[in-house]
Unconditional design. Structure first.
Length: 113
């Protein structure tokens, strides 16, 4: 996106709002799965960071070591968050026509997840 295109967009707030709403909808539709323990724990998140699935293989559940399971869940969640953020950044880059997604500072244009 050229600077002139950006300035034109700023002059038309309705079009800018429509573009922002479209981006929000596309972001909300993202679904990504993170995993840990070689796929023994999987967490699936939406683009709104809502957990829609948590799958844990029975063989990883050890009543004598709940901390290990907690670590695997945490690692799978972290992996899923990273995948959602990557998808968001790709969508943002696509929507602004190749303009760097961190143009206005910060690495995540959607806030701190």
């Amino acid at each position: 996106m050229e600077l002139n295109d950006l300035l034109s967009a700023l002059k038309n707030p309705q079009a800018l709002q429509a573009k922002a709403n479209e981006l929000r909808q596309r972001t909300a539709a993202i679904v990504a799965t993170g995993q840990a323990g070689g796929g023994m724990v999987k967490i699936t998140l939406t683009g709104e960071m809502e957990m829609i699935e948590c799958a844990i293989a029975p063989e990883v559940i050890d009543p004598a070591d709940p901390a290990m399971l907690a670590d695997l869940v945490r690692a799978a969640h972290h992996d899923a968050v990273a995948r959602v953020q990557e998808a968001m950044q790709r969508q943002l880059a696509d929507s602004v026509g190749g303009m760097p997604s961190n143009l206005f500072g910060g690495g995540n244009p959607f806030g701190g997840f």
